[in-house]
Design a binder for this molecule. Structure first.
Ligand SMILES: *Cc1c(COP(=O)(O)O)cnc(C)c1O
Length: 367
């Protein structure tokens, strides 16, 4: 029987804070592919999978949390929502606010948002304000608006967001039949690493619901490996960074909102949060598109950059199952694909309208 995926709230309703009466705001998010990464598996000797979150309705994992946050906003009688964003949260909030019939205001940092993400927020009719400051300043203002004005905050400091995002872990376990040994992902504001860890923990033991106790689904939890951009690596420094800097704008965050839960995810799982350079991020970005066939935005490649770096250091075990969340779609920020390794722009080769010249340019000889 054909089964249409119904979005993460309906698929995992018994594990989320919703009831039969809840009006669900969804665009059909979740159910994203878990792709076997052949070349990374060959490289490491482990089975490496990519959780391709660019396949969500607005092109990033943010939609998993936004379906919950917007559903909660409607349940609370909100008329308007607000968020701070490095880009993907605003794209997602704008789309889900449209689906919910709510007004949406987004605060983005000056000059650091990719065209793709900006155009989504505009297309979905959000009121977009560029704040003369960085993401951390935007979040500060958004929080204060949520406290003192009649707008509902949909950043990942809203616990509904984390609830929705934990379904990424459920899907991984449901696909593999058990939790992986290691789960790798980029870390910015640190909501996602917190959410995955919550999801893995909930799936590995009995889970209390209003209708009784659900049995454990997995036999174990993974080790969590988080990777930050070196210029925006507060967890590595051990303190907030005032001027975060990286080409990976989605993780250009100096003062992560989910600090304590991310540290708990790292420590309880026996994992780590380390840094990768922008060059390593761009190399991993190229690896994914050129060797695996998966196109992501630069920030999404930080986890893969981390795995490659740890492998080079001899620190990736063989014979394990490793899942890497690649967080957003390559079309969000496509300019990076058009750069060569030495930083110059890729130009298409120009040819005349003539089959013989085109064949010669392709290195083809006539049969
Ligand atoms: C938001 C985002 C991240 C960072 O996730 P956090 O939950 O803030 O750590 C990474 N990659 C992409 C593409 C994102 O949109």
């Amino acid at each position: 029987m054909a089964h249409q995926w119904r979005g993460v709230i309906r698929e995992y309703a018994d594990r989320l804070p919703v009831t039969e009466a809840t009006k669900v705001i969804t665009l059909g998010e979740g159910g994203t592919p878990l792709v076997h990464a052949q070349k990374l598996s060959e490289l490491t000797g482990s089975e490496v999978y990519l959780k391709v979150e660019g396949m969500n309705p607005t092109g990033s994992f943010k939609d998993r949390g936004m379906t919950m946050a917007m559903t909660a906003a409607v349940e609370a009688g909100a008329k308007a929502v607000v968020c701070a964003s490095t880009g993907n949260t605003s794209a997602s909030a704008a789309a889900y606010a449209t689906a919910a019939g709510l007004k949406c205001a987004v605060l983005v940092p000056e000059g650091k948002i990719s065209m793709g993400k900006l155009s989504q927020a505009i297309a979905h009719g959000a009121t977009l304000l560029q704040v003369d400051g960085n993401f951390d300043n935007c979040l500060d203002i958004a929080r204060k608006l949520g406290e003192a004005y009649p707008v509902f905050l949909v950043n990942s400091v809203n616990p509904a967001r984390i609830q929705g995002q934990k379904t990424g872990a459920f899907e991984v376990v449901d696909s593999l039949g058990d939790a992986p040994d290691i789960h790798v992902l980029p870390v910015g504001n640190a909501g996602n690493i917190s959410a995955y860890w919550k999801g893995y923990k909930e799936y590995s033991g009995p889970f209390e619901t209003a209708n009784g106790t659900l049995p454990a689904v997995s036999t174990k939890t993974p080790i969590m490996w988080g990777f930050q951009a070196a210029g925006a690596a507060p967890f590595v420094a051990g303190h907030p960074i005032t001027e975060p800097d990286t080409i990976a704008t989605a993780i250009r965050i100096g003062n992560p909102a989910s600090w304590d839960t991310a540290v708990a995810a790292r420590d309880e799982s026996g994992g780590l949060i380390e840094a990768v350079s922008d060059d390593e991020i761009l190399a991993a970005h190229r690896w994914l598109s050129a060797k695996e066939g998966v196109f992501v935005e630069p920030g999404s490649a930080a986890g893969v950059a981390g795995l490659i770096k740890k492998h080079a250091a001899g620190e990736v075990p063989a014979g394990k199952t490793i899942v890497i969340t690649v967080t957003g779609h390559g079309l969000k920020d496509p300019q990076w694909a058009l750069r060569t390794e030495d930083g110059s722009d890729v130009q298409p080769v120009k040819v005349p309208n003539d089959v013989v010249t085109v064949a010669a340019e392709l290195g083809l000889e006539e049969n």
